[in-house]
Design a protein. Sequence first.
Lengths: 121, 107
Amino acid sequence: QVQLLQSGPEVKKPGSSVKVSCEASGGSVSSESLNWVRQAPGLGLEWMGGIIPIFGVPNYAENFQGRVTITADESTNTVFLEVTSLRVEDTAVYFCARDHRPGIYSWFDIWGQGTLVTVSS
Amino acid sequence: DIQMTQSPSSLSASVGDRVTITCRASQDIAKYVNWYQQKPGKAPKVLIYGASSLQSGVPSRFSGGGSGTDFTLVISSLRPEDLAFYYCQQNYETPYTFGQGTRLEIK
């Protein structure tokens, strides 16, 4: 059974960058869609973008285009989320999630544990 | 982007009650809706996919319905462990969007 393990919490200054990792164990995710979902404190879920590692071409939500980069390393079964020019309002828990697509429907069936990124001066 | 309008934003119900949460999409999305449960400090967990299919391992008191623009999540008989936030999600097209969430409290 695939599990997703994310990197640990980060504290960053406004204007800096952060890179969060999500490593899959228990199976390859090279041909799977891995996605990033953000949850600001006390708020709901927001899809940021995703990538299929074997293709390597990310798909971003327009809200995050330009400040967010999603990459994948097939050799380590890991996907990454980098956010630049951090703002206080980027303070959130960032989740990675696998988009399981066995047929015409798909759903986020496996999630990482979440990574808290705190942006504060 | 497709907007998902979820209601109510919060509700309080008693153990054994039937609970219904609704989600309305801003355009026809067929049955491309999933429902998630999120407990405090945890990642979301899928309950329903394809609007009405129960995810393996999820109790049968959870059910989903609807198609087009209107969708429902029903808990047939509320249990204490159902205390959580619930979110709908459309995956008809990217950007995938979620409803604002429903906070479910137990009276």
